[in-house]
Design a protein around this ligand. Sequence first.
Ligand SMILES: NC(=O)c1ccc[n+]([C@@H]2O[C@H](COP(=O)([O-])OP(=O)(O)OC[C@H]3O[C@@H](n4cnc5c(N)ncnc54)[C@H](OP(=O)(O)O)[C@@H]3O)[C@@H](O)[C@H]2O)c1
Length: 328
Amino acid sequence: MLQLDEVEVPEPGPGQALVEVEAAGINFADVLLCRGGYQERPPHPFTPGLEVAGRVLALGPRDRAGVPQLEVGERVVAATALPAGGFAQRALVPVAQAHPIPDELPADVAAATHVTYQTAWFALHRLTDVAPDDTVVVHGAAGGLGTACVRLAVTAGARVIATAHGDAKTARARALGADIALDTAALATTDGDGPDALVEALRDAVGPDGARIVLDPVGGELFEASTRCVAFEGTIVVLGAASGTYAPARTNHLLVKNYAVSGLHWGAYRARRPDLCRQAQAEIVELWRTGGLVDDISRRGPLADLPALLDDLIDRRIVGKAVLEPRR
Ligand SMILES: NC(=O)c1ccc[n+]([C@@H]2O[C@H](COP(=O)([O-])OP(=O)(O)OC[C@H]3O[C@@H](n4cnc5c(N)ncnc54)[C@H](OP(=O)(O)O)[C@@H]3O)[C@@H](O)[C@H]2O)c1
């Protein structure tokens, strides 16, 4: 049960910072977290909210030498340290995984482009190496992560084929820069012997060479469709399963068609490769400075709006990102 409550301000422990939350991004993973289906299961009661931007109010004791430190008063964007998550006026963040942000970067933009753009960056620049003129397929292209995948692929010079559900979302994918946006509502996939409408449309869109990179935060039937349009030596990056189904990978098929399926959990990079996360963050901020970020935020509200915004996310009514602004 979600409940708006007054609780004690959390104390930063070793290696943690207390942050005054200016904006908190809402992610699909928050739905899983609230339902107890996320990989992290904090003891109840806890405050959800996985990413925040705001000002450092206090620092806990240092816990590791060599970790970049923060200053009180500095503005940061960061993943949070549960159980003191971001849907609150104050949140805790691990110092080692927090990124200072320039004063002129609005908090809502910083928060809305953290988890999603970092994840998309690792998909396109670490697990694959997107290059100009590559063909990249992005599923769920008008969702939070999908938006980031489209923008980073477009700004890398790739040709982007998007899939999204319905007219508004396909229009949004085109506005983000996708060359072609296929409507999954109109091209519903069906299981069967022959190629179905979505597979045919994807194959037409990617062309005879197939897609070198497929980015999939949705899973289910779309994963199967991806295996039918991926290029020789191409890669399908499994980013999530917003559809609720992690599709099985047929290893015989990937063997005979010479493609790879790669999994990506950004949290593992946060813990293991903070250096790469800092590189990604610098590039995301630079993209904002140079006008490469399209306004991702379609919904915003105060803390009391959280249940409604989560419901809208579950029911696929959010285009791009929703953010909470606890000071409103
Ligand atoms: N690997 C990582 O480190 C990482 C990082 C961030 C997110 N993720 C994962 O990526 C996925 C997307 O996250 P997000 O925050 O971008 O979510 P989001 O904004 O809600 O986007 C998810 C998209 O999935 C599509 N979808 C299809 N079936 C759905 C269903 N039954 N319920 C909800 N959405 C459905 C929707 O697009 P259409 O309506 O157009 O189909 C929606 O826009 C989640 O599984 C999340 O856990 C993983």
